[in-house]
Design a protein around this ligand. Sequence first.
Ligand SMILES: *[C@@H]1O[C@H](CO)[C@@H](O)[C@H](O)[C@H]1NC(C)=O
Length: 223
Amino acid sequence: MKTAATFLALCFLGYSYILSVSCVEDVYEYLWEKNKDLADQILNLDFLRQMESGSLQAERYVNFTIQDIGYVLEVTKMLKSMSTKVSRPDDIREFMKGRFSSYKSFGESMLRGYLFKAEPPIQQTPAMRNYLSSYRKLMLEEPIYFAVGLLPCVRLWVWLANNLNIPPTNAYFTWKVDNMGGHPEKHYKALLNKYLNTADKVAKANAVFREQMQNEHDFFSTS
Ligand SMILES: *[C@@H]1O[C@H](CO)[C@@H](O)[C@H](O)[C@H]1NC(C)=O
């Protein structure tokens, strides 16, 4: 018992101060919990609270949607490049290929949904330019960090959709329904937990995750 208690105490200290990796059993959850403060801030931004109350100006939502389409199209291009560039390990290559094909069909369905015949040229806002340039920097790192960089958006939007109280009579109900059912853990959890296996890697992943979460924040706060 004494040994277990001592271990737990050390583990707690390690977890809080030095990221002792032996204690971070689930890096996937750890990254989310460590950055939950930003998710909470985002949930409370006026853009999302006005979606919830149904008072968000329609033109603001249109601008946001156009930027979102631009985001999906650009990230798809980066995933295309990552999926040809990464040849091993097999599971990371398959992850990139799978995400590329999923983003590609999502982007195509968005374009079809708004009757675009081809990719529209979209002027990115400064916040979106910054977000995409963070992604481009990640393309130069070990591929696992590009996977980490994709996750904040994926996990955040599911969480926002589930945490905003938007009834079926609200104009933004379809946004909620389209986003509430995602299961990011299916694609990310095992991969991140496998490869982020040292304290240094966890710390670096946390820095990447936080930067991308901040980029999400800036996208919503300027929309
Ligand atoms: C939409 O974006 C354009 C370009 O940034 C801006 O001029 C316009 O004011 C925005 N509309 C709204 C309602 O925010």
